[in-house]
Ligand binder design. Structure first.
Ligand code: DGL
Length: 272
């Protein structure tokens, strides 16, 4: 695979877009092809079989676009599909989001830090963050909470207001949160809640998964001699439903980008 090929990146919807400002800052020469499965979001409450099927379809679609590497910008799809996708595509470098976060936290968390892990039902039920951190940092005090109402609200474009505050506090009552020093935003949608979380729980440290993922991608591509030397083509954003919320999020997160956005129904046979 040539270094000038694009990096594929996908999420269940618009959440994975929160990774892009970090990626573009660190890897400005890379062409990115993003796929948001907006027609089938959320993944977090679906069965493992369904999440695996959706993730495989998107990977196949991105491979047909000639990508040189794949980033799973979704904790849920990483938890369920990463091992299977690596087995199915041994030639393709695939970066999941969970392991880089564990590695970074294991280096940066304070001694005895009390960390509350937030994620979708699937991510929390997988127990991957907890088991990984327990091995590397047995001193940390860990808790975990699934916050299944947040992704649907964010996909609907609800970004502030009393309704969103109520949804946040429904999963994170003060009685619980007061026992922690930090929150791990274990879903790529959740950085969109940073302002609300900071206002509702001042003083708590927030960990954004992108900060951990992007250096690992850069290092991995560099080791494989796959880093692009110059930007040869514009980024492309595909969505299985090109909703106005998806388009607005691209404009918000990547201001000034002349985004090439395309609709793609994955039920269309590949030859079309
Ligand atoms: N952004 C996905 C994640 O990181 C959200 C999953 C969902 O669609 O529920 O887990």
């Amino acid at each position: 695979m040539h270094k000038s090929a694009a990096i594929g990146i996908f999420d269940s919807g618009l959440g994975g877009l929160t990774v892009l400002p970090f990626l573009k800052a660190e890897l400005p020469h890379e062409q990115l092809i993003y796929f948001g499965d907006t027609a089938r979001t959320p993944y977090g409450s679906k069965s493992a079989k369904t999440i695996l099927k959706f993730s495989s379809e998107i990977t196949d679609f991105l491979l047909r676009r000639g990508i040189k590497a794949l980033i799973i910008a979704c904790n849920t799809a990483t938890a369920i599909a990463l091992p299977e996708l690596r087995k199915k595509h041994p030639e393709l470098p695939i970066f999941g989001i969970i392991q880089p976060v564990i590695q970074r936290l294991s280096r940066s968390a304070a001694p005895g830090e009390r960390l509350l892990i937030l994620g979708t039902k699937t991510t929390i039920n997988s127990g991957l963050y907890e088991s990984g951190l327990k091995v590397l940092r047995p001193d940390l005090e860990l808790g975990a909470v699934a916050c299944p109402t947040w992704v649907p609200l964010l996909e609907e474009g609800v970004r502030d207001g009393a309704f969103l505050d109520a949804a946040i506090q429904y999963h994170l009552p003060l009685d619980l949160v007061k026992n922690y020093d930090s929150l791990l935003l274990g879903c790529t949608h959740y950085p969109l809640l940073k302002n609300s979380l900071q206002r509702l729980y001042p003083g708590l440290k927030l960990y954004d998964p992108s900060e951990s993922l992007v250096p690992v991608v850069k290092e991995g591509l560099s080791e494989l001699k796959l880093l692009a030397e110059q930007k040869e083509a514009e980024d492309i954003f595909y969505a299985s439903d090109l909703s106005s919320n998806f388009l607005n999020m691209i404009t918000e997160l990547l201001p000034g980008t002349d985004a090439d956005t395309r609709f793609r129904d994955l039920s269309i046979p590949p030859e079309f």
